[in-house]
Design a protein around this ligand. Structure first.
Ligand SMILES: O=P(O)(O)OC[C@H]1O[C@](O)(CO)[C@@H](O)[C@@H]1O
Length: 427
């Protein structure tokens, strides 16, 4: 993975980071790196995530996947970090012959019914994932899926594998029914768990090269060091932070690869839930190139300079030639390919933003393969940890989400009214 930060510097962009400021920031990166390495070495909560290339329990993943065997469908029941990692790996890396992944990470009844109606449950496995084992959406969806399997005459205990912590409802369920299960490693928050059993088990069920994923993550781990100039991950975290404090309060994650669209969604949770604290934080925006050149680029280029755009390009990919045709004004397409067109659009959009002084960063992958995706995911996790040190926030918890959870539970129990806010009906 390479990172080009040139278009984030003050010589190009406004807001931009002056080179001397980047040098000064590098001193803070060195101190942050020391703190991070201490946390990793001691297996401290959250920092332990950066140990996963070495500590991921691949044996447990293999055992659980073997007990499930070959299936045509994998139903992943989870939410947030318990679902987005697996969805990212599936979209990026599952081959054409892989089982189909169906993610139930919402409780929209129409969507859940539509999904279940499309699946032959007799050839489906269910991976129910929850670190806490108490997440309402996950447990509710699991009960619905279990009921649907029973209605289809399928013994759900034969087809269910559990990913959870050492205690809680799901651990009790796995123990009570002797279900295959894998443990969520201690000290790894959900949004940092894609390279743990949480993401690796669904990936294994889909035939993804999990060893390659971890090898790529290890390569990224090796590049972490005391200077941002030698570490793409730290450079990304430092530049995103430095641009935010200079006014780029949003980070538009815009991969130019369809298989990385869900990665942008995974990144959004990582960045928002880790850094959005104490009135601080940079808002992640999900986008996809080249598609969103035709929907949001107008704002990115000619709107307020309040955002960083992160491009993710890919060197090698399968390509499709564009058939020649005698079309007025489209001579430039003759002899071209879809991949060549996509690359030209990325380069042109990057230059277009630079010409307008909009700060942008360019992440470049060798390919959308296991090693490169593992390196990308680990790098973004390390970038986030580094940014959290620079912001001075508690990167690894998410206290602000509890208020809404408690209120929803109270409403369902009938012992809670909501007096906050106001309402003005417009009909
Ligand atoms: O894995 P669990 O405990 O079900 O949590 C799911 C998600 O919900 C959150 O705790 C936020 O509510 C996320 O941090 C987490 O990824």
């Amino acid at each position: 993975m390479d990172l080009d930060v040139g278009n984030a510097l003050a010589a190009v962009a406004e807001p931009g980071v002056p080179r001397d400021a980047l040098e000064r920031l590098d001193d803070r990166v060195a101190a942050a790196h020391e703190r991070i390495e201490r946390g990793v070495a001691n297996g401290e909560f959250g920092y332990a995530s950066l140990n996963l290339p070495e500590t991921a329990d691949t044996a447990a993943v293999e055992t659980a996947a073997d007990r499930i065997g070959d299936v045509d469908h994998v139903i992943l029941v989870g939410i947030g970090g318990s679902a987005l990692g697996a969805a990212t790996l599936a979209d990026a890396l599952a081959g054409p012959d892989a089982a189909e992944l169906h993610v139930l990470d919402n409780v929209d009844p129409a969507a859940v019914e539509r999904t279940l109606d499309r699946i032959d449950l007799a050839s489906a496995a269910v991976n129910v994932v929850s670190q806490s084992g108490t997440t309402a959406e996950t447990l509710a969806n699991f009960l619905v899926v279990r009921d649907a399997m029973a209605d289809a005459g399928v013994d759900w205990t034969d087809r269910t594998v559990v990913t959870t912590g050492d205690a809680g409802n799901l651990r009790d369920l796995a123990d009570a029914h002797d279900l295959p299960s894998v443990s969520v490693p201690d000290g790894v928050p959900g949004r940092f768990s894609v390279l743990s059993t949480v993401g690796l088990l669904p990936a294994a069920l889909l035939g993804v090269d999990t060893d390659g994923l971890l090898a790529g993550a290890s390569a990224a781990r090796e590049k972490l060091g005391p200077s941002l100039f030698d570490s793409p991950a730290y450079a990304y975290g430092a530049l995103a932070y430095a641009l935010d404090v200079r006014g780029a309060s949003m980070d538009v994650m815009m991969p130019y690869a369809e298989g990385l669209e869900t990665f942008a969604e995974w990144f959004a949770q990582l960045w928002a839930e880790s850094l959005g604290k104490d009135g601080l934080g940079q808002t992640p925006v999900r986008a996809l190139g080249a598609t969103d050149q035709h929907s949001q680029l107008q704002l990115y280029r000619a709107g307020p300079h309040d955002k960083l755009v992160t491009f993710v390009g890919v060197d090698d990919r399968p390509d499709v030639p564009i058939p020649s045709a005698d079309l007025e004004g489209l001579d430039y397409l003759s002899g071209a390919s879809l991949g060549g067109l996509l690359d030209a659009e990325l380069d042109a959009t990057e230059a277009s933003l630079a010409a307008a002084g909009v700060p942008n960063l360019r992440v470049q992958l060798d390919a959308v393969d296991a090693e490169s995706v593992g390196e990308l995911l680990f790098s973004m996790e390390a970038a986030c940890v580094l940014a959290g040190e620079l912001y001075g926030v508690e990167t690894f918890d998410q206290p602000a989400v509890e208020w809404g959870k408690e209120a929803a539970r109270g409403l369902l129990r009938g012992d809670r009214t909501l007096d906050e806010g106001d309402s003005l009906e417009v009909e």
